[in-house]
Write a new protein. Structure first.
Length: 173
């Protein structure tokens, strides 16, 4: 769901620059090859996004290593990736998004996408060390909607969209 939503937001809101990014999803508990749930497909279809052909992949150090940036839904997923040997920068989506929104108050930073990711990572680390997050840690977690109704998936999608919107604005010119 997050991959399809991110790709759609980038394409619709940043049509000239969306090709600078490549989106791919993998889960720490995913079973390779599993299709999305019916509820996920229906929820994304309500937003005009087709994820029916998506197939799950397990997040492994090799899969993660092929990325420039890894976003997790929960802190425990980020820690699992680090403990599994992944060397790619990994951040909790909602925290990185908050850092992006803070950074955007000063305007879009110049540079390449990779340089912007680096600056966001530094800002996130600074906010973390200073204890300046605006919410308790558990509120930065995006719940897994497995087992919920389509409405539950739509609620999660809305939370993802808000965060991805700020993040994409910070990453793309």
């Amino acid at each position: 769901m997050a991959e399809g939503l991110a790709r759609d937001l980038a394409t619709r809101r940043h049509p000239d620059d969306a090709s600078l990014l490549r989106f791919s999803s993998a889960g720490v508990g995913a079973q390779n090859g599993n299709p999305p749930t019916e509820e996920a497909v229906l929820a994304m279809a309500e937003r005009g996004i087709d994820i029916a052909s998506h197939r799950a992949r397990r997040a492994t150090p090799d899969v993660v290593g092929a990325c420039d940036l890894v976003l997790t839904m929960e802190e425990r997923q980020r820690l699992w990736l680090l403990e599994s040997g992944a060397e790619t920068p990994a951040f909790v989506l909602l925290k990185l998004s908050e850092a992006a929104a803070d950074g955007l108050k000063e305007g879009t930073a110049p540079g390449t996408v990779r340089e912007r990711v680096g600056r966001l990572g530094l800002l996130t680390t600074e906010i973390d060390h200073e204890g300046l997050w605006t919410m308790p840690d558990h509120e930065y977690e995006v719940p897994d909607p497995i087992g919920l109704s389509v409405d539950g998936y739509l609620t999660v999608a809305a939370r993802l969209e808000a965060s991805l919107t700020d993040l994409l604005r910070a990453l793309l010119p």
